[in-house]
Design a protein around this ligand. Structure first.
Ligand SMILES: [Zn+2]
Length: 121
């Protein structure tokens, strides 16, 4: 069995198609926490470390994140790994983020079929 529109698989497929040679260590981390109350926000949904040695960037994604936000957060962190530490959230980072998100949407659209029908529980 498989979930045909699994958002995690699809955003990873998008990134792998765009950057087939990108080396990143990526994991879900229950220690990465975030929250909000009214207008207050704390913590983070994920982060990217750039080791000072020659090792690949390490991406940690909160394992507590809502499914509705997971694609955005993974694309956000992969864009950091591609654009590099110095890019921060600047133009280069935004360009890479948009590329990943556009590719993700392209793949999702291609996965839809005419036979897909909602099933009511
Ligand atoms: Zn960021």
């Amino acid at each position: 069995m498989t979930i045909w529109n699994n958002p995690i698989d699809t955003v990873m497929q998008a990134a792998n198609e765009l950057y087939p040679n990108l080396k990143v260590f990526m994991q879900f981390d229950p220690g990465v926490k975030h929250g909000k109350f009214l207008f207050l926000k704390w913590g983070t949904h994920g982060y990217t470390n750039f080791p000072t040695d020659k090792n690949e960037p390490q991406i940690n994604i909160s394992s507590r994140i809502d499914l509705g936000r997971i694609v955005e957060v993974i694309a956000h962190e992969i864009a950091h790994a591609v654009a590099g530490y110095v890019a921060d959230h600047g133009k280069e980072w935004k360009t890479e983020f948009d590329k990943i998100f556009d590719k993700y949407n392209e793949i999702m659209r291609s996965k839809r079929t005419e036979t897909s029908k909602p099933h009511k529980l």
